[in-house]
Design a binder for this molecule. Structure first.
Ligand SMILES: NC(=O)c1ccc[n+]([C@@H]2O[C@H](COP(=O)([O-])OP(=O)(O)OC[C@H]3O[C@@H](n4cnc5c(N)ncnc54)[C@H](OP(=O)(O)O)[C@@H]3O)[C@@H](O)[C@H]2O)c1
Length: 259
């Protein structure tokens, strides 16, 4: 039966609340916009207030219900405080997106304890702490969606950025453990895996046209990723349509990983 409401029944996020870390820039910002345009109330969390405010203003100008919380996900206390502040805005989230990340890049020979700690804190520990804070409540309410953003570096070494790949490998394992914990109660936990995406995170590489062209060549689609390439996959994983998809790492990389 062809009905007007078929797509909405599958994918609408009307009535849902989403918390998007790193929602003020790059992939996180594009995902925050996609979830908002699909109907969710969205709270974006990051550190810099000007970027957060500009993001929320842009979302509101499109008719979205959105708010921001400034917090440092590089410390346990900062993460816990940001979680409480975010949950106080529109209520406990139904959807948690962990997109905040750092890529500090020193190769293993030069890796300091400080860089190792900061990488693991933001990229792996914060997603764990936020999952532990919100996952059980989602399970109790019978619906939840946790979406992590990892990296192709969870699957292969790349430009010698040692600790980063380690953190992303751990993040995909975390998604599987979270899936095991909460999927029986309606909470799916999955990971989106980008290849090379043109964002501020990788300015060092993306500002070199020769590197950009060489990386585009390694995809099958023939170009590098853009933040908006993540919109459809994020809405799918946040919606009712993905109820039977959990513990998965889904590559959104133009074929980079299979070329
Ligand atoms: N771009 C790529 O090619 C690529 C490839 C693979 C994976 N990824 C992953 O995709 C995710 C998004 O990256 P992106 O490329 O969109 O990067 P981006 O544009 O640099 O955005 C990173 C976001 O994380 C926030 N953030 C960083 N450190 C934080 C902290 N300590 N506390 C709170 N928020 C923090 C940033 O805001 P503040 O600085 O204001 O805090 C910003 O909103 C990351 O997890 C990244 O590892 C990206």
């Amino acid at each position: 039966m062809i009905t007007q409401s078929y797509l909405a029944d599958l994918f609408s996020l009307q009535g849902r609340t989403a918390l998007v870390t790193g929602g003020s820039s790059g992939i996180g910002r594009a995902i925050a916009e996609a979830l908002a345009r699909a109907g969710a109330r969205v709270v974006v969390v990051a550190r810099r207030e000007a970027e957060l405010a500009a993001t929320v203003e842009a979302l509101r100008s499109q008719g979205a219900t959105a708010a921001w919380v400034s917090g440092d996900l590089g410390t346990r206390d900062g993460t816990r405080a940001a979680a409480e502040e975010a949950a106080a805005v529109f209520g406990e989230p139904d959807i948690l997106v962990n997109s905040a990340g750092v890529n500090l890049r020193p190769p293993l020979d030069d890796l300091t304890d400080e860089v190792w700690d900061r990488t693991l804190a933001v990229n792996l520990e914060a997603p764990h702490l936020l999952g532990r804070r919100f996952g059980p409540g989602m399970a109790e309410r019978g619906f939840g969606r946790i979406i992590h953003i990892s990296s192709q570096q969870a699957h292969r070494a790349f430009v010698r950025s040692g600790a980063y790949g380690v953190s992303k490998g751990g993040l995909e394992s975390l998604a599987r453990s979270q899936a095991e914990a909460w999927s029986p109660y309606g909470v799916t936990c999955n990971t989106l895996v980008p290849g090379f995406v043109m964002t501020p995170l990788n300015e060092r590489l993306s500002s070199d046209p020769a590197v950009v062209a060489a990386l585009a060549e390694r995809t099958m689609v023939g170009r590098n990723g853009l933040p908006e390439d993540f919109a459809g996959a994020a809405v799918f994983l946040a919606s009712g349509a993905s109820a039977y998809v959990t513990g998965q790492s889904i590559f959104v990389d133009g074929g980079f990983s299979v070329h």
